[in-house]
Design a protein around this ligand. Sequence first.
Ligand SMILES: Cc1cc2nc3c(=O)[nH]c(=O)nc-3n(C[C@H](O)[C@H](O)[C@H](O)COP(=O)(O)O)c2cc1C
Length: 260
Amino acid sequence: MLEHNETVARQLEHRTIREFTNDPVPKETLDTILAVANRTATSTGLQSYSIVRVTDGDVRGRIAEVCRQEYVSRFPELLIFIADVYRNRQIALEQGVDLGTSRDMDRFFQGFTDACLAAQNITVAIESMGMGAVFLGSILNDAAKIIEILRLPELTFPVLGVGFGVPAQNPQIKPRMDMSLKVFENAYGTFDSYTEAIADYDREMREYYDLRESGRRSDDFSKQVVKRLQSPIAGRYLMLNAVKAQGFDLGIEVLGRTDR
Ligand SMILES: Cc1cc2nc3c(=O)[nH]c(=O)nc-3n(C[C@H](O)[C@H](O)[C@H](O)COP(=O)(O)O)c2cc1C
């Protein structure tokens, strides 16, 4: 087994990059990255995702507004990963088959997972090429707006953006909590005191300089948890409304009836 190799070494050095040089990503490089997306494992082989490459400055600007992150307009490349059940439904419709099941949450989650995996797979490729990348979950601050901007048809849903290019910053590696808190054997384990269990991690986090916060030192992780969970974004916790508006059947049982 080749335990130590270049791929793993790169993965262990992962850092999110948010500032890039003006160098464009060459077409052949982009083609390779897209080929990696295409090769990614996909639920039941159905490839229920699509990618929208955003090159138009105006479209970029509108997406940046939703993300509330101005650097989005400056990424050399921006790909938006979409859960896509629309295409397969059309393929079935053209055979005269109208599949009610294409609206199920099962199909939605297959598409969502496919999109996430393809997005992560390309970031491994991007980093292996010496470039850097950032995920944009912030497109979901207002999913309906992204749907409008990208003109997404029914049975599609935006999942994640990936911005990438040549890094123009060299951020510190962001500490992670110990895997003993996150890996269990055979059954889930709980801790008597999480505060104690993450005390070392809290200390490490205080030593981390976050370039996103103008290079200030980070808060304890435990404080970040409270701060983040205390400030939900309305557009995000009401996201299922946008999922439903795209034609998916949430399939939630309310007093014995499903939410159709
Ligand atoms: C699903 C997901 C969504 C994310 N969304 C954003 C985002 O909208 N904007 C951003 O700047 N970073 C985003 N990130 C990057 C995280 O902030 C980053 O991975 C995390 O702080 C850990 O830092 P590191 O990747 O440098 O180790 C996202 C990461 C993931 C996995």
